[in-house]
Design a binder for this molecule. Structure first.
Ligand code: MCA
Ligand code: AMP
Length: 507
């Protein structure tokens, strides 16, 4: 027995004084120092009484210490459950209760609000603040800096990531050691990551992109990261000359293109820019090449599957496509009504199978069965085509989803909040084009007869229930929602009507 995930990502660097994290204050944390901190945290977890397989729910700011919690969970065989820092207490309560977490690690500012949730579950609670202070690190500092790695099977759970659904109810995607490791090993090879790579890391580490793609790939390669708490344009520009690679959502690239300091000279030491999580407009790809001489490499993935396709490192990176299925990933385009495979060139739903595909949704066997076929193919909900050269293009979604700045927003979740408000008969939430976030949220409300909803109250309800990035950026009231003969709301008509609300000419 062993622990393949810990051994490959972390254990392989034991005793190495090579740099792992370059911080903006000029400090560098070596691989061995990072591992020592992680081992101290793993000792705290054992002292608390956590057992392999227990869930650790974590909502903290991005910091070297918060990354050490991920390593500690891996080493101690615990299931790491990172949560978006934007989530409200209402949202967090659901995730924590649904996962049955045994430990909550939160920022000191949230302690009072989460203490009752922890108590209700008989879970422990520790704090970790953005500057590394708090009860967790204060306990860790008194612990030994070595820890006997817990054995795990390849099929054992390593992480849960919650992903919303079209019904408005979030589901915990169960990711195994093998899911994470197989994908990281593939990506390191495909994207030619090596120990001399320095990655500009400005993504959050509570989602697949920043954690399992950016961080795991760097760890497998033994490279280092310029580790920023968040996307900070000045810091990215200042640090680009020392870096070799960057991963980002399309908003990163459109923002950089809007900055005149972002020049060919600035990027001359970079070997690779990777984009994903949301569609990269072909025009952004073209402008980026004109400005820098680099062709952005676009790839496609999901929380449930990690990465599925990628444009090639060598060979043509086709703008507007997400590239070819990765080695070890089978991808087919099927007819949504029959599940039959369609010929190349036709549009259908994208299905994928491979060691990267998750184990299912936590305690939701029916939801799992709806999306994960018994033969192992996962129905992504994305609509796509494959061209004659095998390149996949995503042309739409078979799921009602908005992607804003790389964050997924399921309209149903917002509609449920809007519908509950006084004076609201019904609502429809749509995504419309936005120059910075790609898409943004618009709420369309129909008032009850004789009652006019107070939009200030509606906004207040959104503040309480929903993370800021999910809030409608505009609420509009109309007399009736457009419906087809089956009674289904025609969101396409609403999107056509309100599609230019945020177009640049309108400010
Ligand atoms: C921040 N705000 C947002 C978003 N981010 N609103 C909508 N959508 C967003 N994505 C809010 C802020 O709370 C703030 O609210 C206002 O918008 C302006 O914030 P700003 O300072 O401009 O934003 P920022 O802090 O610079 O953040 C924008 C960002 C960030 C850098 C694009 O959202 C980000 O890092 N996105 C990456 C998300 C990601 O990692 N996705 C991967 C998911 P106020 O009005 O109160 O000031 S993994 C995935 O999708 C799959 C697996 C895959 O393939 O990768
Ligand atoms: P998530 O549920 O956060 O894992 O988001 C996964 C979804 O993001 C996918 O199902 C796609 O709809 C979308 N996505 C990820 N990468 C890309 C991409 N390169 N182009 C278009 N959509 C993407």
């Amino acid at each position: 027995m062993a622990n393949i995930l810990y051994d490959t990502l972390f254990g392989a660097h034991a005793g190495k004084s090579t740099p792992f994290l370059h911080l903006l204050d000029g400090k560098t944390i070596t691989h061995q120092d990072f591992l020592a901190t992680a081992a101290q945290v793993a000792n705290v977890f054992e002292n608390i009484g956590l057992k392999p397989g227990d869930r650790v729910a974590v909502q903290v700011e991005k910091s070297p210490e918060s990354l050490a919690i991920y390593a500690a969970c891996t080493q101690a065989g615990l299931v790491f459950l990172p949560l978006n820092t934007a989530y409200t207490v209402d949202e967090l309560t659901y995730f924590i209760e649904n996962s049955g977490a045994s430990l909550i690690v939160c920022d000191g500012r949230s302690e009072d609000k989460l203490a009752p949730v922890a108590k209700g579950l008989d879970a422990s609670l520790e704090t970790l603040n953005a500057d590394g202070t708090g009860s967790l690190m204060s306990k860790a500092s008194a612990m030994p800096s070595t820890y006997a790695t817990v054995d795990r099977e390849a099929d054992d759970l390593a992480a849960f990531l919650y992903t919303s659904g079209t019904t408005g109810r979030s589901k915990g995607a169960m990711l195994t050691q093998e899911n994470l490791l197989s994908n990281a090993l593939t990506l390191v090879k495909e994207w030619r990551f090596a120990s001399d790579d320095v990655l500009l890391h400005a993504l959050p580490i509570f989602h697949t992109h920043g954690l399992f793609v950016a961080t795991n790939v760097t760890l497998v390669a033994g490279g280092s990261m310029v580790f920023m708490a968040k996307f900070d344009q000045d810091a990215i520009i200042a640090n680009m000359p020392r870096a070799t690679t960057m991963m980002g959502v399309p908003t990163f690239y459109t923002r950089l293109l809007g900055d005149e300091r972002f020049t060919k000279d600035l990027t001359s030491g970079m070997r690779l820019f990777i984009s994903g999580s949301a569609p990269l407009l072909a025009e952004t790809h073209v402008q980026f090449e004109e400005r820098t001489g680099h062709r952005i490499l676009e790839r496609y993935g999901m929380t449930e599957t990690n990465m599925n396709t990628s444009n090639p490192y060598e060979g043509e990176r086709k703008a507007g496509t997400v590239g070819l299925p990765l080695p070890g990933v089978e991808l087919k385009i099927t007819d949504p009504s029959t599940g039959d495979t369609l010929p190349d060139g036709e549009v259908g739903q994208i299905e994928v199978r491979g060691a990267n595909v998750f184990k299912g949704y936590w305690q939701m066997p029916e939801k799992t069965a709806e999306e994960l076929r018994s033969d192992g193919f996962f129905i992504t909900g994305d609509l796509g085509t494959i061209d004659a050269d095998g390149y996949v293009s995503i042309v739409g979604r078979n799921k009602d989803l908005i992607i804003s700045g790389g964050y997924n927003i399921y309209p149903k979740e917002i509609e449920l909040v809007l519908d509950e408000q006084e004076g609201v008969l019904e609502s429809a939430v749509i995504g419309v084009p936005h120059p910075d976030f790609g898409e943004t949220v618009v709420g369309v409300i129909v008032a009850k007869s004789g009652g006019i909803p107070d939009l200030v109250d509606v906004t207040e309800a959104c503040n309480t229930s929903l993370a800021r990035f999910k809030h409608p950026r505009k609420l509009v009231m109309i007399d009736a929602l457009p419906r087809n003969t089956m009674g289904k709301v025609q969101k396409n008509i609403l999107r056509d009507t309100y599609g230019d609300l945020f177009s640049p000419k309108e400010g």
